[in-house]
Design a protein around this ligand. Structure first.
Ligand SMILES: Nc1ncnc2c1ncn2[C@@H]1O[C@H](COP(=O)(O)OP(=O)(O)OP(=O)(O)O)[C@@H](O)[C@H]1O
Length: 993
């Protein structure tokens, strides 16, 4: 092997080290991983010349004292002091040319910023380090310049393309995985000759290659005479859909004097590789947020609207009045004081405020229970009123529904609770032309129906017949639905009236040896003992707690306990509830489908605001949905059911309906970690007899918690659920001698749901590794041999997609069409190519698709509905696509998740609106723990890895071989450079080139 070739191999190795460095992977030592990176990302980077194999490169580096191998040979350590100038990725074509043709003119070589490395191989400046230096240089010099300055053509030199260019950016759309060629033209339109000295991308390019016929470098510049035009070819090819960017800098000099400073022109190239489906899913129209107006008229008359009475029939008479609990006038002032960090000096003389502050600061106890919750709920409400104003809209038009009785208002974001609008709520409309008047009429419109992006409203006849004319413009104001708050206030007061001290602050109880039943769940002593203790009522009056990580059988345990209570205690009446409708449905479904209890004894009670289309088919006959109408049966009828299932808030109707305090012998709350304490109390106060009743709470504080708006209320503990407070603050539920007292609490740790690889990351991140994977092997290993797994035996996939998060029209909700393509692709692989290699046929019912934004959920549903292969697939309607909230408490054999987020600037929105996956660990935890046998996550690795939790998950997939799609590091450079360049936009002082 000649010295030249050895040097060349070593140079390739050094280039590889630089590439690792640039992509933040220099610390990797595992030889196999490095080999994979070399072969997959580096080796055929220009698609034409094959580099030597990895072992040869390592050998050359070792001989050149640039790397060291571990004894076993399994680890490679690159020397930290490797400092060489490197060839750039186009250098080889340059070298070939130089071997064939004459060397570059001597006078030109002086242009090179640095000299060559060896006499035999003339070394043009470039390489990763060269590019980095140039990028830094450009950025530094442009730090005080506007972006427009460096994208402008200069000194008569123009850099253009055959495609149109906007703001220095050339956008290309491609629809297949073939090489796309773009010609860039470097033209001298000036009067003097100019030297084209260098061009480069400002980051590592994986999907682009650049080529020019004369192979311009600083050693070999090209003299462009006036009117001369020179062509540079950019080629793009990727087999993954997505958005790919390249930032190119072109360098010129007005003469060849070494002292002459070069000047640069920068161009951005963005390629959107999307298929036909993605094109169909794209934005219907550009996103244009609606303007907000916050001015308030002084006086207003309210024209009452028509509530959606026709949808509800009410036989449950309200016998217990529900107070208004209007926040006292001093609450906003107190909130302001607290926000400003009130000192005792500021509060001097303000006795009422002082008292309230000390109430907030004192620990929760039975003596201050109602007052403290009242105050926290007032603070929360105060913030809700402030927040909801942000949704007010001006200059809005609405139109009549087809039957002319209702008005339709487009309300993008409504299905994502932005703002939260339920059937029965109301909005206020003011004519836009009257907004500025001091006295106005506000027209109240009651919500009759909530659809994806619109609501149907009932206004007065006067409004419909005499006020509204087509195209009339209105200002729309949203109002806070106070009912759940009022129910919580009443509940905390009733908790005091009904002496629930021993339930809420339990101190101990009878020591009864439970009479064990030799029934289900014997294999798991914790579950078994929980069922026994609940049936025996050993914790009474203290609540019994069942807690534990996902999939450990909390729901199964309480369902079992409910069935055992029903069977063994003849006069038992059970109230089973959960904070959300989907969790309450799940509970009810489990009870009904197991067929251990006569289903006529079970009743699912829905609120009047529940849209019938979301009520599961299997529950319809056991619920208060009659036809299309929600019917509240009278109290006597409701009291006949042995098991009543409802959401926590709806149990407030039972209290108002005058249910006797000792009617329910047992109250179960599943997903109790998801509810504010006062919300849980709605189902307890006035319904549970502290002496005789048994309260059971099941949940996991590490999964989705209460959603609150007021930071003040959160800081003073409103975000702590009753389950969490008892677990963390009450001695009965603490470990004694490393053991929980089984009479009061059961901690479940055996996960029966998921394959161990699916559990690994959440277990380490959220449960200190305590969780033990013990799902049935046959079912959890089912997808270990799936042909589309990147690695057999590891049923977790992270599919990296360099997508784009977009919005359309005036909907604030996000979607990402590139991720939908991938999701639909996997769905087809699952459904259409199945029943082979030991994998049985999967039904759509066993697959769940989770996305954090409503728009993405809708677009995925649309893509499935319109896909030729999927639309007629048997039972495709059973495939659930929904938000994380809708999946809490649920499980599927296969779960696909689309993370959507693909740009950094929107992350802050996620944080302030408490949406999305990023910045919400609990939502992440719930999403990744729903799958039994296969978990597929699709997302942009660069963005997601900015979050520590996600970083752990993606790195884990990468290390275990479950990573596929775009190599996530390859877009990192782009992001950085783009960010810096874009940052220049806000500077106004011009720099000098
Ligand atoms: N003792 C057991 N033996 C076998 N399988 C079990 C056992 N207990 C629970 N399972 C199964 O484990 C899965 C998860 O159970 P379940 O939904 O009750 O868990 P969970 O703790 O409520 O989960 P999450 O916190 O996610 O709501 C179910 O498929 C259930 O049938």
């Amino acid at each position: 092997v000649s010295t030249d070739s050895k040097t060349a191999v070593r140079a390739i190795g050094l280039d590889f080290i630089e590439m690792l460095e640039e992509t933040n992977r220099r610390s990797i030592t595992d030889r196999n991983t490095l080999g994979d990176i070399y072969n997959e990302e580096f080796r055929d980077r220009d698609g034409r010349i094959k580099d030597p194999n990895f072992s040869r490169v390592i050998f050359a580096l070792r001989n050149g004292n640039k790397a060291r191998l571990s004894r076993s040979g399994r680890h490679v350590y690159f020397n930290t002091n490797v400092r060489v100038r490197l060839h750039d990725q186009w250098f080889r074509s340059c070298r070939r040319r130089q071997n064939q043709a004459s060397p570059a003119p001597g006078n030109v070589s002086s242009l090179s910023a640095t000299s060559g490395q060896g006499a035999s191989v003339p070394e043009p400046e470039g390489g990763v380090r060269g590019r980095r230096r140039l990028a830094k240089d450009i950025l530094q010099r442009l730090n005080s310049t506007e972006r427009s300055f460096f994208i402008t053509d200069k000194y008569g030199v123009q850099v253009s393309s055959e495609l149109c260019m906007e703001d220095g950016k050339i956008q290309i759309g491609v629809d297949r995985a073939e090489v796309y060629e773009l010609k860039l033209f470097v033209e001298n339109t000036g009067q003097e000759a100019v030297y084209f000295t260098y061009y480069t991308s400002l980051h590592w390019l994986q999907y682009f290659t650049l080529e020019d016929s004369r192979r311009v470098t600083r050693n070999n510049p090209l003299c462009l005479e006036p009117r001369e035009k020179y062509e540079v070819t950019v080629r793009f090819k990727s087999s993954h859909v997505g958005v790919y960017s390249a930032t190119l800098a072109f360098e010129f000099k007005q003469n060849t004097q070494p002292t002459t400073r070069p000047f640069h022109i920068v161009r951005f190239i963005e390629v959107e590789y999307r298929t036909k489906l993605a094109a169909l899913l794209g934005p219907t129209e550009p996103f244009k947020p609606l303007r907000l107006n916050i001015s308030e008229p002084e006086n207003c008359k309210v024209d009452e609207g028509v509530p959606p009475e026709g949808y509800v029939q009410n036989f449950l008479e309200n016998v217990l009045p529900l107070g208004q609990y209007t926040p006292p006038p001093h609450i906003p002032e107190l909130a302001k004081l607290l926000k400003d960090g009130c000192s005792s000096r500021i509060l001097r003389g303000k006795f009422q405020e002082l008292q309230l502050v000390s109430l907030l600061q004192s620990p929760l106890g039975f003596h201050n229970y109602a007052e403290r919750f009242d105050l926290l709920l007032y603070l929360e409400e105060c913030q809700m009123h402030v927040d909801i104003k942000r949704y007010n809209k001006d200059q809005v038009t609405l139109f009549k529904d087809y039957d002319k009785r209702l008005m339709v208002l487009n309300l993008p974001g409504v299905s994502e609770n932005r703002p939260s609008v339920l059937r029965g709520d109301h909005l206020l409309l003011t004519k836009s032309e009257e907004v500025q008047l001091s006295t106005v009429t506000k027209y109240k419109g009651y919500v009759h129906k909530v659809e994806l992006d619109r609501v149907k409203l009932g206004f007065s006849r006067r409004f419909l017949d005499h006020v509204y004319v087509d195209n009339m413009k209105f200002r729309v104001e949203f109002t806070v639905n106070r009912l759940p708050l009022r129910l919580q206030h009443r509940a905390v007061h009733m908790a005091v009236q009904h002496e629930l001290r021993d339930v809420l602050f339990p101190v101990g109880s009878r020591d009864v040896t439970p009479a064990l039943f030799n029934q289900h769940l014997e294999r798991n002593p914790e579950q078994y003992s929980a069922v026994c203790h609940i049936v025996a009522g050993t914790s009474k009056p203290a609540p019994y707690l069942v807690f534990g990580p996902p999939g450990t059988g909390k729901t199964v345990t309480i369902v079992e306990a409910i069935k055992q209570v029903e069977k063994n205690i003849p006069d038992a009446y059970i109230l089973a509830c959960a904070p959300s409708n989907s969790a309450a449905d799940q509970l009810c479904e489990n009870l009904i489908t197991s067929q251990h209890v006569d289903s006529r004894k079970i009743y699912r009670l829905y609120a009047s605001s529940r849209d019938p289309k979301y009520i599961p088919e299997v529950l319809k006959n056991n619920s208060n949905l009659v036809g299309e109408m929600i019917v509240f049966p009278c109290k006597e009828d409701l009291m006949c059911y042995k098991i009543l299932v409802s959401t926590l808030v709806t149990t407030g109707r039972l209290v108002s309906g005058g249910f006797p305090v000792d009617h329910f012998s047992h109250i179960f709350v599943d997903e109790a970690g998801h509810a504010v304490e006062s919300e849980t109390i709605i189902s307890v106060a006035g319904l549970l007899n502290a002496e005789t009743g048994q309260l059971v709470l099941a949940g996991d504080p590490r999964q989705l918690g209460p959603i609150l708006r007021s930071p003040l209320a959160i800081n003073h503990g409103l975000d702590i659920s009753l389950l969490e407070r008892l677990m963390t603050q009450n001695d009965l539920y603490k470990k004694d001698n490393m053991e929980f007292d089984k009479r009061y609490v059961t901690k479940l740790l055996l996960n029966y749901r998921s394959h161990p690889s699916i559990l690994k990351v959440p277990n380490e991140l959220f449960y200190d590794g305590e969780l033990v994977a013990c799902a049935n092997e046959i079912s959890s290993n089912q997808y270990c041999t799936w042909e589309h797994l990147p690695k057999r035996g590891f049923p977790v996939i992270f599919h990296g997609v360099p997508g784009k998060d977009e919005r359309e029209s005036n909907s604030p909700s996000f979607f990402n069409i590139y991720e939908i393509e991938i999701i639909v692709g996997y769905l087809k692989k699952l459904l259409l190519t199945q029943a082979k290699k030991g994998i049985s046929r999967i039904s759509p019912r066993d697959i769940g698709i989770i996305a954090p934004y409503r728009k993405q959920v809708e677009k995925i549903k649309w893509a499935i509905r319109t896909d030729e292969d999927l639309q007629n697939y048997m039972c495709i309607k059973d495939l659930k696509v929904g938000s994380v909230e809708e999946f809490q408490g649920q499980e599927r054999k296969v779960i696909l998740v689309s993370a959507v987020r693909s740009s950094k600037e929107h992350i802050i929105l996620d944080e302030s609106f408490n949406i999305g996956f990023l910045k919400n660990e609990k939502r992440f935890n719930v999403a990744v723990t729903r799958a039994k046998a296969l978990f597929i996550m699709v997302g942009n690795p660069t963005i997601l890895r900015t979050d520590e939790t996600w970083g752990r998950f993606i790195d884990f997939c990468f290390e275990q071989g479950g990573y596929t799609g775009l190599p996530f590091i390859s877009v990192e450079g782009i992001e950085e450079v783009e960010k810096c360049l874009l940052a220049l936009n806000i500077q106004d002082e011009r720099g000098e080139f």
